[in-house]
Ligand binder design. Sequence first.
Ligand code: IMP
Length: 437
Amino acid sequence: MPVTAIVGAQWGDEGKGRMVDWLAQEADMVVRFQGGDNAGHTVVNRLGKFALHLIPSGIFNPATACIVGTGTVVNPETLLEEMAALEAAGVALDNLWLSNRAHVILPYHRQLDGLQEAARSGSRIGTTGRGIGPTYADKAARFGIRLGDLIRPAYLRERLQLHLEQKNRTLALFGAPPLDLEEVTAGCVRYGEILGARIVDTLPRVRAAVERGDNVLLEGQLGVMRDVDWGTYPYVTSSNPIVGAASAGAGIPPTRVDKVIGVVKAYSTAVGAGPFPCELDDANGERLRLVGAEYGATTGRPRRCGWYDAVAVGHAAWLNGFTTLAVTKLDVLDGMRELKICTAYRLASGEVIDWVPDTPDMQDATPIYETWPGWSEPTTGVRAWDDLPKAARAYLHRISELAGVPIETVSVGAEREQLVTVLPGEADAGRTAPRHA
Ligand code: IMP
């Protein structure tokens, strides 16, 4: 399929980076289309283990053009750190390009992120503190600085003058010292000098790749439940992780996106505050965290863990029009006696719904579960559908059935090869195991 989008179907951290790493072996181009270095894609391959924050996970394949797209926000400082870490591991970065239209995260955006979070006191979002919200806010308010500005010093100074007048007013409200125009300009010019050769108009490259019929992957960050429009606002990020944003953020007509892979973890996790109905505050939750190594790749925060939420994934399936699902981390469930799948929410009013309501209702929602038998056999060595334990096949089949989307792959470990490719129709064979409850 020439143009494939890979997006998160839950609260983020579904394992998109891992899937992109796998698919990028065959890809001519990978485009990150939204978000910034708040992302934390853990990729394990023969070169080592990497926590990628902004650079597309296709970077390990030198033949894959990797584009940090227009819809992203770029912190030059952390980008340079990430580039240095990859170079130190022997990854050549000749295939990395940055959109001149992507917006720049500057140090005071991070500062403002922290100040705004502190000001929210009791209702903190739990942001990653990476300056994502303030940078997208500047973009929407049309005061933003873009990567292309960094390589035009005179224009940059003009933009910064306007920009800093605004920023200094805001910083003053927080009692923070003002920013110096010359100092900020000098810092930005330095970034421009280092990154300049990679800052290009990415659109002609992306367009040519699509028109040639190249394999193009569109890599999303986070998941639908953190979407600024469709997630649990205000406990969301400041961009749209859904596939509609892939078209805008990468510069590809929606009608040219051929395939949309929804990445779902075999259970639920979330970092940050906000409603998370299936959260487990018990030994099962702790077990998922430990066995699944559920700690934020960007912040190191322990992730909130819970049962699989088919309501949230159904929301994602509709908004994204998934053509297939990639289920990740199935092996983490090995050895659990029984598993639960949330199929509906009971609201505080008593009403039972099978869709995601707005945040105040979601906050009080209690999950309604089905119970499924677990399996004791390890799945980490399994590479074929038929070799999965019967109960695992039944569980996966139910996930697929509830989402209304066929499963294409199932990951059973972090290594690139620990993947079960599901042949069309094969997942239906799992329908045999009985549900008990
Ligand atoms: P921000 O994107 O840093 O503004 O954070 C907004 C919300 O998204 C918070 O709940 C964060 O914990 C969450 N978030 C941001 N990036 C990630 C990620 O890569 N994985 C999981 N959660 C994230």
